[in-house]
Design a protein around this ligand. Sequence first.
Ligand code: DQA
Length: 159
Amino acid sequence: MEIGVGVMSKVCIIHGPNLNLLGSREPSLYGEITLEELNRQLTDYGKRLGLEVETFQSNYEGAIVEKIQQAVGCDCLIINAAAYTHTSIAIRDALLAVKVPAVEVHISNIYRREDFRQRSLLADVVQGQIVGFGVYGYRLALDAAIHLLQGGTTIVQTG
Ligand code: DQA
């Protein structure tokens, strides 16, 4: 399925700090899959949905800001800003600046964890959040990207 006429839509997935350690980092919380394997699976899943998927990981706030600034070529962003979710006005401002629709993902359910994780500085500038479904949440985010790219709203229609 292609969203545009003969043009593959591009989804850019941004992973924040410490997500390069997926697989070995607190596996009971974040799972046992490595980031490399996860990215491979997401690229394959995206292909099946007719999406080109680009992945990026950085432990540096500024590098993530720059990646978002360059995301003008992306039709949709999927971002797990990890710990920066809770602290980074710079990442929030970058998302506001590029006006690319974004889906926020967290592997764990941040609302069932420490108080400091229960606040996201990104929550009100993204289209929606997917939290607590483990790494499966990224697939859900790709499904959400398709929905957004097809012109779906985040407002539930009644009736
Ligand atoms: C996380 C949750 C954050 O609080 C934490 O700092 C992370 C991962 C998640 O995916 O559950 O690094 O974003």
